[in-house]
Design a protein around this ligand. Sequence first.
Ligand code: PHE
Length: 339
Amino acid sequence: MKEKLENIFKEAQIAITQATTRHDILQLKSRFLGKKSDFSSMMKQLGSLPAEEKPAFGSDLNILKTRISELLEQQDEIIREADYQKAIGRNTLDLTMPGRKRERGSLHPITRTWQEIEDIFLAMGFEIAEGPDVEDEFHNFDALNTPQDHPARDLSDTFYINDDVLLRTQTSTVQVRVMQKHKPPIRIISPGSCYRNENDASHSPMFHQVEALVVDQGVNFADLRDILNVFVRKMFGERIDSRIRPHFFPFTEPSAEIDILCIKCFGKGCNLCKGNGWLEMGGAGMVDPNVFDLLGIDSEKYTGYAFGLGIERIAMTKYNIPDMRLLFENDIRFLKQFS
Ligand code: PHE
């Protein structure tokens, strides 16, 4: 009897380890353990055996059943794993899967405005000049005719790195650098970052300006007005005028502040211009002869104008952005509106 059981197990072992499908497994289960199997008929014989033989034979039969069941389970697991591996290998292209969405980026409104400004001035024959963000006092203040006790030099307005080195507070530093290097005629713009210790809805500690400098024989205030008008119309549209108001800057004489007609109410007064009808854009003036003298340009022969405009102000006006901080929070919902 024992031998017969062992033979059944060996036969089952060979058949089961050769199975390759789950269907094979079901068939083998019925062949070795099902109703018509040798195992089943022996279970039936168990009842007719003498009482003293029953326990041992019953136990042998149970062991056989367990061993065959274990083989079936192991092989089933192997087949399932193989099926799975085949499936993922085959399905590298699943046409029913949802597509992967590609996010489309867009230029930051400041970058867009910056590029537009450059395009306008390049078309009018200006060149682009650059200077460093980290500057010395000479280029940021001294050479710009700024007295030692001028409030702009104060620690509370300017980020100093050490006694002499600071983050530039204005792109006017580039005026100095250009005049140090080049003789007139000069016709440049210089867009770039500036830094001041201030932070609210209309001021950011880092912001951008575009500087312009034109030096030649016979350059006058009318030329300045003219170029500003052309720029403003190109930037904001034909209906938008600019105006200048008397002001003071240490490095220009006379000096002025530049306003543009409110692009929302066209001068009537609204919430954007706070009832003024005009929006402030920057500062301007005729280069102070003191600056020329200091930088070795003949102030008897040459005159020049300069202006500096806030790029944030221009972008906020153009795109109707109510708070400067929106420009630097990098909120994707805000930035997406400029794609
Ligand atoms: N640099 C000045 C400012 O930041 C603006 C300015 C530039 C004024 C050029 C006159 C000429 O306020």
